[in-house]
Write a protein of this length. Structure first.
Length: 628
């Protein structure tokens, strides 16, 4: 048994780690900065609690909710582990007593709210603690709260930027269950993490079944039938406080033990209702989003959303309260288009136009999720930057047959337009070109002169959007996850353009259409990669290097380089950084610019023996593509 397994057994009584925990803990003990993105139920807390017990000093944990820090401290104390919290529920004397305990070296974990941690009034004690007992690390739980691009942005979390300046040598571990690629980068930037080790796990929860059901009017009889048809404990999420109380009262009246939970209730009532649910004294808790963060009830068998969530991150986190024990659980969202008005009303209450715009973008992804005929996991995971080809077998769409129709011609038009515009734009601009719209952006880039301009006027905007999403979900087209959502062609895209692959799209709600107009030859991107070049590209995208590709294909390495050079010139997704180091790329480009020559011999003589012919050829191909 390893040292870490022995410690796990000693302090927590477990015989084995969950996936990824042991590596995170080992990395934490090297005093490096860490970013951990681990889905709900993955065991994030252990990843910072066990290291705290194994190294000298106090680990300070930032927690956004009083109830959350109290629950975690109570759970640790029940295991015989010395942990404490300091928050606004304590008297001045209680705070002084806990500070003395910390300075004695007998307490290993201190939970704080972010505003207290960085407050001037608390800095004196922290400095004394750092100089006497030492601060082992800072742990930022629910780290997505620091990002304005996240679903639960909290201004007080921004103050945590001060930690790196005040304690430059103390490692920081940031943890969250939900973060898009953009939010992950923002966390690193805001906390000034230094070359952090990033542990990113799949967001897929295969034990959860996802279903969207049209909401009936009145909704209570439908909700009552659903609860009766499901087994075990459940959570019902609602937008309004009044709704939680009304539903809880009706369920209780009709023989189903239920309690409400929302921020308008007193702390005592909320705590009592939460404990009743955690101890299985009631079967249902009907709650607003005030309930759930950090709640550790493993046997929740279902989560029902009475109203539309405001964004997919919230929905993922709230529905993820189900099935934390790994057993099957059900996540149901009741959907009525009328509910959209409520969400938009909330969005209009936001203070700035920037906040409103971001909220609208996030809500449109919720609409996409509830309205899609494709695998719901594909939509959900794509939002978090994770590819999933569908057919999960655990959502209503995958288990219910849909109408399929051949849309290969339209797909060729769309992909051709992406290629013709240099893979630099998103869905909306591509559709505007295809439909022949007269926008400022189209004329600014001269896209009204493209052969693809106006060749899709016979297809509605909604149908084009549906096709674009279908191409992305089926892996026929890529989209960046940097906030700009730029469309990128892949090897599957070129197979479609060459006529080697058909495209079928779910068209349940589409009107019947006539035979599509064929794509004009001049609209196709010319030239196209050869089939041999595409095979090389596929192996390159799988992570193989030049020598490995050559062996795999039974061709010379020089031929592989020729393929990669031509693929670069054709604007294909070749990752030059994997083949040629960035600093070498820059010097080769500078040499070419300085000498004004494209001669391989002249460039090689100028650069010297540290630069291979292959490296120079590849960078020159990239320069050809960029017109440099």
């Amino acid at each position: 048994m390893t040292y870490l397994l022995q410690a796990l057994k000693k302090y927590f009584g477990y015989d084995s780690f969950r996936e990824g925990q042991e590596k995170i803990i080992a990395d934490a003990l090297t005093n490096r900065d860490l970013l951990v993105i681990m889905p709900t139920g993955g065991g994030k807390s252990l990843c910072f609690q066990l290291p705290a017990l194994l190294r000298p000093g106090v680990t300070i944990v930032v927690s956004p909710l009083i109830s959350l820090m109290q629950d975690q401290v109570l759970s640790l104390q029940e295991k015989g582990i010395n942990a404490t919290y300091i928050n606004s529920t304590l008297t001045p004397q209680e705070i002084r007593n806990r500070q003395k305990l910390l300075l004695s070296g007998k307490c290993k974990l201190l939970y704080l709210a972010p505003e207290r941690l960085v407050s001037n009034s608390f800095q004196g004690f922290l400095n004394v603690l750092a100089n006497s007992v030492s601060i082992a690390s800072f742990v930022i739980d629910e780290a997505h709260c620091i990002s304005e691009w996240g679903h639960d942005f909290r201004q007080e979390y921004r103050q945590l930027q001060q930690l790196r300046h005040r304690y430059p040598h103390t490692p920081i571990m940031a943890l969250t269950a939900t973060a898009t690629p953009r939010v992950q980068q923002d966390i690193i930037c805001q906390l000034q993490l230094r070359n952090p080790i990033i542990h990113r796990f799949s967001f897929n929860r295969p034990n959860l079944y996802y279903q969207v059901i049209p909401k009936e009017r009145p909704v209570y009889p439908q909700l009552f039938r659903l609860v009766n048809s499901l087994q075990g404990a459940g959570i019902i999420y609602c937008l309004a406080r009044k709704t939680t109380e009304d539903l809880a009262y009706r369920l209780q009246r009709d023989g189903i033990p239920a309690v409400p939970y929302h921020a308008g209730l007193s702390d005592e009532i909320r705590t009592h209702h939460q404990h009743c649910f955690l101890r299985d004294e009631v079967r249902i808790i009907v709650a607003t989003v005030a309930f759930g963060m950090g709640i550790n009830k493993p046997n929740v068998r279902f989560v029902i959303h009475h109203d539309l969530p405001r964004n997919l991150e919230s929905y993922y986190q709230e529905s993820g309260r189900a099935g934390r024990d790994g057993n099957p659980a059900t996540c149901i969202l009741l959907y009525s288009p009328q509910d959209e008005h409520k969400i938009r009303h909330f969005i209009r209450q936001k203070n700035t136009l920037k906040e409103q715009k971001l909220a609208i973008q996030q809500f449109l992804k919720v609409k996409e999720y509830v309205e899609t005929p494709y695998c719901r996991r594909t939509v959900q995971l794509e939002y978090f930057g994770e590819k999933f080809r569908g057919n999960c077998g655990a959502c209503d769409n995958c288990l219910t047959p849909k109408n399929l129709e051949d849309w290969t011609v339209e797909a060729q038009k769309f992909l051709s337009c992406v290629a013709r515009t240099g893979e630099r734009f998103g869905i909306t601009h591509i559709i505007n070109i295809l439909r022949g719209e007269q926008t400022k952006k189209i004329y600014q880039y001269g896209h009204h002169l493209l052969p693809t301009y106006g060749i899709g006027r016979d297809i509605s905007r909604i149908q084009w959007e549906h096709l674009a999403r279908g191409l992305i979900y089926q892996g026929f087209l890529n989209k960046t996850n940097d906030g700009y959502n730029i469309l990128k062609l892949n090897s599957e895209s070129w197979q479609i353009l060459r006529g080697n692959k058909r495209v079928k799209i779910f068209t349940t709600d589409f009107p019947k259409r006539e035979t599509p107009r064929p794509i004009p030859k001049e609209a196709l991107p010319i030239p196209l990669p050869t089939s041999s070049q595409m095979k090389t590209l596929q192996l390159h995208q799988q992570g193989l290097d030049i020598q490995q590709i050559a062996r795999k294909r039974g061709i010379k390495p020089a031929t592989v380089v020729e393929h990669l050079c031509e693929l670069l010139r054709l604007n294909q997704p070749v990752d030059l950084n994997r083949i040629v180091r960035r600093e070498k790329q820059e010097l080769i480009r500078l040499a070419r610019e300085k000498l004004g020559s494209k001669s391989l011999r002249i460039l090689r003589e100028f650069l010297g023996e540290n630069y291979s012919d292959d490296e120079i050829k590849l960078v020159m191909a990239w320069c050809d593509k960029m017109g440099k």
